[in-house]
Design a protein around this ligand. Sequence first.
Ligand code: B1M
Length: 220
Amino acid sequence: MNRNELFNLMADAVLKGDKAGSIKLAEDSIEMGIDPRTAIEEGFTPGMNKTGELWDEGVYFLPELVMSAEAMKAAMGVLKPVMTGNRAGAASSGTVVIGTVEGDIHDIGKTIVAALLEAAGFNVVDLGFDVPEEKFISEAEAHNADIIGMSALLTTTMFGQKRLISRLRELGKRDKYKIMVGGAPVSEKWAKDIGADSAPGDAMNAVRAAKELMGAVKAY
Ligand code: B1M
């Protein structure tokens, strides 16, 4: 089987919500020596995006959404340990506290971003989903974070990103952290309007953006 055939099977497994199939294909990709990030970006994620399209068209409903999400996360469970590897003792590129904002349980994209940041050498504190602003702040303080990363997938919940930045200003702590925001409805204009430092559109750009933000942090 060649790479493209494998990537198509990966997308299909997620689209069908085939958890066992996703795990097997993720394991096959490791045996074939394929970079886990490539397997995620070119294999499994297109399946999740196609799921989104079928939901938009009213072909897929919540059960299918959940099954696709479970298949996607099962694949991530196989690939993440390989991607982050044994980083014990390696110097950290910086500390990122990341989570999905309050009221929002979409965590697939956030988890991919967290895994890729960890693989790139960042110390990542993943707060999960439905995270209140105060928790982002208390965890950033506790871990002496450089970057706070917030994912939002709903137009109703993305205001949590704006509230956090306002709260940091009230506390006189806005300049202490670089703020990265993301999620399908999040645009560069939104990020600028709310005063965030970065709005990378996907996980690979999130890694590049985090490194750039660290350059800015270290410059101080
Ligand atoms: Co729901 N959902 N969902 N959903 N869901 C969306 C987001 C929706 C766009 C579908 C639609 O109607 N077209 C819509 C939101 C509409 C809107 O507000 N604009 C929607 C809705 C309405 C809902 C419910 C309200 C449905 C209902 O119950 N009636 C409900 C809300 C629950 C809640 O959160 N309170 C709901 C529930 C769910 C499930 C739980 C079933 C499931 C999520 C499972 C899970 O995450 N564990 C789900 C799913 C799967 C989707 C879609 C189909 C796919 C989202 C996804 O995982 N994409 C989604 C449709 C869509 O987005 N097209 C939809 C794949 C993922 C890899 O992409 O998350 O965008 P994404 O992440 C990318 C980038 O955004 C970026 O990098 C990632 C990887 O490349 N990125 C970041 C993400 N976070 C980042 C953070 C960064 C940087 C980059 O820095 C910090």
